[in-house]
Each structure stands twice: as structure tokens, then as C-alpha cells.
Design a protein around this ligand. Structure first.
Ligand code: SF4
Length: 712
């Protein structure tokens, strides 16, 4: 192949919510390399190690062994999977759904999708579930990462709207990074933070994290709070702000409501009490508060440390309270900026592809909103009752309420908490349909029907990153084998069902992904995330932030600049809720507080990054990290095999000493599944994590579990 034969196609990275622009170099058959897109505003040409090696995940010799390439079915789970035609597979899926609905009703069907889906895929599945099957039982693995952020924004700002942009990093004078190891989880964004600091040496960085992560190690001030004590910390900061008169009384009086209740709530959060509960130094607490309130503009960046908690909604709201109390929102360099985990978690939220949402931020409990969606889809009504969220859906499958699970582009037999219960659910439910690009064995083991889907580089559509910026993801290569696009598979099953049921027969006849997009953007008209002005042609020219209404040339970099919020009164709401400890408490039997997180060079369950040998150089194998003193007390030496046990399950892996955490704590990465452990029956870190969920957001507490560690 000569260099002259290469084509360059602009697309986006499929890993994290930074949403970097990527230029794929290819000959139409094979991708030979990638580079960062210098014109993409998310990364200006930068890529991290994962993005820079994307092409290696598409090599034919790699893909041939890792991909699902043909539809398959089997008569029983002990039988081998038989290759079948697409017609046969699609007809069987429709037949099983129709039969399940006829016998048990629409709520006996559960569809579990993914933040890896493109917006067009998400829209197609959401419409299929809610308009045709007639249930709200669609949820996504984004429930595991972002639903507390959604609930926190709605509780305070009245809508699920990230008010900031990446450019605010350049305007900020204080970055308050809370529950986020940005250097590992959002590497290119962290490069931007480093560049902002180089340009402005006065920029102060505060990191709140139980561990001294790479991000914390570079901070001006690290608050190593005890796991789960975030609300107490933020209430203590507000207590100090009140005491020192560091609040913005004008903003509070003119733009907010509920401050007096919160004031009463934080009265007892004295510095001494907060320092005791959070396990931090009083002087550090005072200094962090002074910087946040008086040296701004302050931009908070936060992620799973707040979200993956049985009190995640209140953690989010308590941090947003600080921005409202100091008037630091809607201004350059200021605001509460939730970083999304997955590349299109935001797109899924926009199309309403979750069990408690309707499209375009419409409210399921609002009859007028339900009527708008029903009229748009040409149906009498959308289902009124909230569906089963991720953890609830698998629990309903385990207890027999859900009879059919359609799992799309995700690996719940690795990624959901309390894996013993999840595997029991997958064994119990009468029908499991797995639609995926990759042949990840854990979930596939339970499949009755397999549908091969196209992955990154073969599919075409849009994604929304953490700063509300929508980019095109483009097909570079033809689909491998018989793989089909996720939206198309949803549409083809829907058309089969529509013909059986005699309704909505033209509702899914999209010619291509652009047709899906055009239908979707029309449904946003008049909402706070209106993107009626955002055509594929516009996005092909440059990615854009929402909202971008018909006739507008660009989107909004910053929201709430006029001080008006999406609440009935137009005022932002303070949320007054007390501190709640972690759900899974340490005690004499389970004395260690285990936290979980990402590695720098791996992504989720390794289905893609696990295909690139050099990405293992940073961390070649799973391990549990412990403080050296805790290892000494247990007679453990570096590399010893240990059993990690919680109230739910057990995992065996080597131990490693780390001074990044204090005595009484431990850390395990989330990525390693059965392929890297002991094979079938071993479940990685989620054998020990808890399925306790936040009562508002329904997000599980994946970040923390009480465990004991013993030498084998
Ligand atoms: Fe991809 Fe995220 Fe790395 Fe950017 S920072 S290249 S989006 S993994």
C-alpha cells in the first residue's frame, strides 16, 4: 500500500466522555493509524494512550477472533450456538417478544442498552421500547455512571444540563476536582488542565479523593476524605462560608430558593466535626473553602466518586449548593461540571433512553410531556409508570417478573454490582438476547439469540460529550462479517413487531442514520436541549454544543448566563439533606473500605483495549492495593495471592503495597473479568461490590464495599 492511497476520515474516539476528535487513516479496507483531530474543540489534536491505539483494535486478525460476526441461535443454553440467517434471527427475536408480551404483558420485557451506543441507536431502541412494545423497561449502563449527576442537576437547576464548557478550565482560577481521577479517567482533559496551569501559574487545584491518585498528587491541596463523606465535607465548607461571609447574598436572594433550610442544616457542620467525620485536617478544610469561595472563578469537576453512591444525588446537589451559595455558575470559569464516563452517556440522557425519562428532558410524570411524545410518535399514550432501572431490571429477571432480556452493547455479567445475583438472573430469565460487536464470554454464555453489531469505525451517527458537544462518528470501514448497525437491528425488529401487531408500521422505516437523527432532532423542538438547527451537514463542518435551535449558527458554550433556571419559579433550588454514610459499612468482620476505579490505559471490561498488548504495559494484571501497614498486620508480602471477601462474594488475586491510601482502605480496578482471572465463575471486582442503590437516581454504590483480605 502506498501513502498516496490512504484516506483520512474525521471521527471521534469511542472511549470516554471527553469526546476527542480522531482522524482515522485508512485505505477503505484497513485503518493504518489514527491521530488527534487538531480542529476538534474537545482535544485540539491531543489523544491519550487508548485513543492513540484505536486502529490496533480494528486489525482484521484481531477482529476475526474478538468479534461476533454472524447471527446465532440455540434451542437450549447447554447446546452450541448455531449460525442462522438475519431473517431467521430477527423473526425469532420478534416472535419471542410478541409471545412474552402476549403471555405476561409488556413490562415482562427488559431492554438493557449502553452509553457506547450512538444517539441514533439510542433513539431507535427508546422508541421501540416505549412506543411499540409499550413499556418503560429500557435502561442503560449509563445508569451505573451518570444517573446521580442527572438527578443532582434536576434537583438544583431544574433540568439535566451541564452548565459549563471545557474552555472554562482556561478561565478558572480554582479547579475543585472531587471524586475524579481526571489524569487517568479523562486524560486529554487533564492535559488541558496542565496547559491551563502552565499558562496561569496562579491557578489553584484542589482534589478531594480518599486516595492520593495521580491527579491528587499534582494538586495544590489534597483532601483525602474518608470514603462516602462528601456531603459532610461540602456542608462543612458552606458552614465556613456562612461564618466568614463568603457567600453571594445578592445572587442567593435574586436567583435561588431554599437557602434558609440549608443554612439550618449546616449549622452543626462545624470545622471540628467535619474534620473528624471526613478524617481530614481542619486547616486544609479552611484553606479549600477560602480558595473555593474567594479566589474564583471556581470550576468543579466531578465524576464517579460522587455518582456511584447510594447517596449520589445528594452528593451532587451538595456540591452544586456551593456554587449557588457563591454565585459561581453561568459565568466564565465557574460552575458545577459533571464529567461523563462514557462517550455518549449524554446522548442517551437526551433521547430519554432510560427507564425514568422521556425524550428531550421531558418529564415522565408530566401528562403534557407524555402527550407531546405520544403525538409525535403517533400513538395513544406512552407508558406512565417508571420502568426498571439497571439493578432493578436484573433483580426482576432473577425473581421472575421479567421474562425476556435484550442486552445491547454491554456486558452486565461483568459490570453490574453483586455479580452472584446478576448471574442468577441471567440463568433464570427464560430468554436472553445479546446484541454486541464483541464476543465477551461472560454475558454471551447466557444468550439464546445472538445479534452481531457494528462497532466504532464501522458505524455512523452522533455522540454528545461531557460539555454538551455533539460530534459525528463516521463509518470508515464496511461492516465486518454480517454485522449490522444497532439502530438498524432495532428498526428491523420493530418493523417485524409492527407488522404482527398492525400498528406503527411506518414508524421505523428509516433509510439511514441521518433519517433517525432528523426525526430525533425534530422531537427536541421547543425544549431546553433543542437541536432543531443541528443537521448532519452542520455537524460535518464542525461539532456543536446544544442547544442549537433552527436558524442559529452555533450552540451555547455556557448555560444559565441570565441567572434563570429551569424550575417553575426560574430560581435554582438549594437541596438540604444531611450526610449519609456508605451503604456497606466496615465492621470487625469486614474491616477494610475498598474503593474501585479505572486504570489509565484500559477501558471498561477490556473488550476493546484488551486487544492491544502494549496497553497492558502500565498495569499487566489485576491486583488489590493495600496500605503497607495493613499488609504487615496480615503477614502479607508483595504479590501474595489473597482472598478478598465482602458480604456478597469473593475474589482471588495478588496484593500490592501502596502508600496512596491510608490504613483501613484498599483499591481495585474495575476492568478485569473472567478472561483475566480464573475463567467462568470468576467475576472481577463486582463479585464483592454492593447493589445498594441511591433512592432517587437508582445508581448503585459501585465505588465502595466493606471487605476483608486474607492470605491464601
Ligand atoms: Fe479517547 Fe477519552 Fe482518551 Fe480522548 S481522553 S482519546 S476520548 S479515551
Amino acid at each position: 500500500m502506498t501513502a498516496a492511497a490512504l484516506i483520512e476520515t474525521r471521527t471521534t474516539c469511542p472511549y470516554c466522555g471527553v469526546g476527542c476528535g480522531v482522524i482515522a487513516q485508512h485505505d477503505g479496507v484497513q485503518i493504518t493509524g489514527v491521530r488527534g483531530d487538531p480542529d476538534h474543540p474537545a482535544n485540539f489534536g491531543r489523544l491519550c494512550s487508548k485513543g492513540a491505539n484505536l486502529h490496533l483494535t480494528t486489525l482484521p486478525e484481531v477482529a476475526q477472533t474478538s468479534r461476533l460476526l454472524t447471527p446465532g441461535m440455540r434451542v437450549e443454553r447447554s447446546a452450541p450456538m448455531q449460525t442462522v440467517s438475519w431473517d431467521s434471527a430477527l423473526d425469532s427475536v420478534a416472535e419471542r417478544i410478541a409471545q412474552t408480551v402476549a403471555e405476561h404483558g409488556p413490562d415482562s420485557v427488559g431492554i438493557y442498552v449502553s452509553g457506547q451506543l450512538l444517539t441514533e441507536d439510542y433513539y431507535a431502541f427508546n422508541k421501540l421500547t416505549k412506543a411499540l412494545i409499550g413499556t418503560q423497561n429500557i435502561d442503560t449502563n449509563s445508569r451505573l455512571c451518570m444517573s446521580s449527576a442527572v438527578a443532582g442537576y434536576k434537583a438544583t437547576l431544574g433540568t439535566d444540563s451541564v452548565p459549563c464548557s471545557y474552555e472554562d478550565i482556561d478561565h478558572a482560577r480554582v479547579l475543585f476536582i472531587s471524586g475524579s481521577n481526571t489524569a487517568f479517567a479523562h486524560p486529554v482533559l487533564y492535559r488541558r488542565i496542565e496547559a491551563a496551569r502552565a499558562a496561569n501559574p496562579d491557578l489553584k487545584i484542589i482534589v478531594v479523593d480518599p486516595r492520593r491518585t495521580d491527579t491528587a498528587a499534582e494538586a495544590d491541596l489534597h483532601l483525602p476524605i474518608l470514603p462516602g463523606t462528601d456531603v459532610m465535607l461540602y456542608q462543612g465548607m458552606l458552614h465556613i462560608m456562612l461564618w466568614e461571609s463568603w457567600i453571594d447574598r445578592v445572587f442567593i436572594d435574586a436567583r435561588t430558593e431554599g437557602f434558609d433550610q440549608l443554612k439550618a442544616q449546616v449549622r452543626n457542620a462545624t470545622p471540628a466535626e467535619v474534620a473528624r467525620v471526613c478524617g481530614i485536617d481542619q486547616a486544609a478544610l479552611l484553606e479549600a473553602t477560602r480558595l473555593f469561595a474567594t479566589q474564583g472563578p471556581t470550576l468543579s469537576l466531578y465524576c464517579q466518586g460522587l455518582n456511584q453512591s447510594a447517596d449520589g444525588t445528594h452528593k451532587n446537589a451538595a456540591l452544586i449548593n456551593l456554587h449557588l451559595a457563591t454565585g459561581q455558575i453561568g459565568k466564565p470559569g465557574a460552575g458545577p461540571f459533571s464529567l461523563t464516563g462514557q462517550p455518549n452517556a449524554m446522548g442517551g440522557r437526551e433521547v430519554g433512553g432510560l427507564a425514568n425519562l422521556l425524550p428531550a428532558h421531558r418529564d415522565l410524570s408530566n401528562p403534557a410531556h407524555r402527550a407531546e411524545v405520544a403525538a409525535f410518535w403517533g400513538i395513544d399514550e406512552v407508558p406512565t409508570t417508571r420502568g426498571k432501572t439497571a439493578v432493578e431490571m436484573f433483580e426482576a429477571a432473577r425473581t421472575g417478573q421479567i421474562k425476556l432480556l435484550w442486552i445491547v452493547c454491554t456486558n452486565p455479567a461483568h459490570s453490574l454490582p453483586n455479580q452472584q445475583a446478576v448471574h442468577e438472573a441471567l440463568s433464570t430469565v427464560p430468554c436472553v438476547i445479546v446484541q454486541d460487536a464483541f464476543a465477551s464470554p461472560a454475558t454471551l454464555r447466557y444468550a439464546d439469540i445472538v445479534l452481531p453489531a457494528t462497532p466504532w469505525a464501522e458505524k455512523d451517527g452522533t455522540v454528545t460529550n461531557s460539555e454538551r458537544r455533539i460530534s459525528r462518528q463516521r463509518a470508515v470501514l464496511p461492516p465486518m462479517g454480517e454485522a449490522r448497525h444497532d439502530w438498524l437491528i432495532a428498526a428491523q425488529v420493530a418493523q417485524n413487531l409492527a407488522a404482527r401487531w398492525g400498528r406503527l408500521q411506518r414508524g421505523f422505516a428509516w433509510a439511514d442514520s441521518e433519517a433517525v437523527w432528523n426525526e430525533w432532532r425534530e422531537l427536541t423542538r421547543g425544549t431546553d436541549c433543542d437541536i432543531t438547527g443541528m443537521s448532519y451537514a452542520m455537524l460535518d463542518a464542525a461539532p456543536q454544543q446544544w442547544p442549537l435551535r433552527e436558524g442559529e449558527a452555533t450552540g451555547a458554550a455556557r448555560l444559565f448566563t441570565d441567572g434563570r433556571f429551569h424550575t417553575p419559579s426560574g430560581r435554582a433550588r438549594f437541596v438540604a439533606q444531611g450526610y449519609k454514610p456508605v451503604a456497606d459499612r466496615v465492621d470487625a468482620q469486614f474491616p477494610l473500605a475498598l474503593t474501585t476505579g479505572r486504570l489509565r490505559d484500559q477501558w471498561h471490561g477490556l473488550s476493546r483495549t484488551g486487544l492491544v498488548p502494549k496497553l497492558f504495559a502500565h498495569a499487566p494484571e489485576p491486583r488489590i492495593e493495600m496500605n503497607g501497614a495493613d499488609m504487615g498486620r496480615r503477614g502479607l508480602r508483595e504479590g501474595d495471592l489473597v482472598a478478598v471477601e465482602s458480604r456478597r462474594g469473593r475474589q482471588v488475586l495478588p496484593v500490592a503495597a501502596s502508600d496512596a491510601m491510608r490504613s483501613g482502605q484498599a483499591f481495585m480496578a474495575m476492568h478485569w473479568g473472567e478472561e483475566y482471572l480464573g475463567g467462568a465463575g470468576t467475576h472481577g471486582v463486582n463479585s464483592v461490590t454492593s447493589d445498594a442503590i441511591d433512592p432517587v437516581s437508582r445508581q448503585p454504590e459501585l465505588k465502595h464495599a466493606a471487605v476483608r483480605v486474607s492470605k491464601l
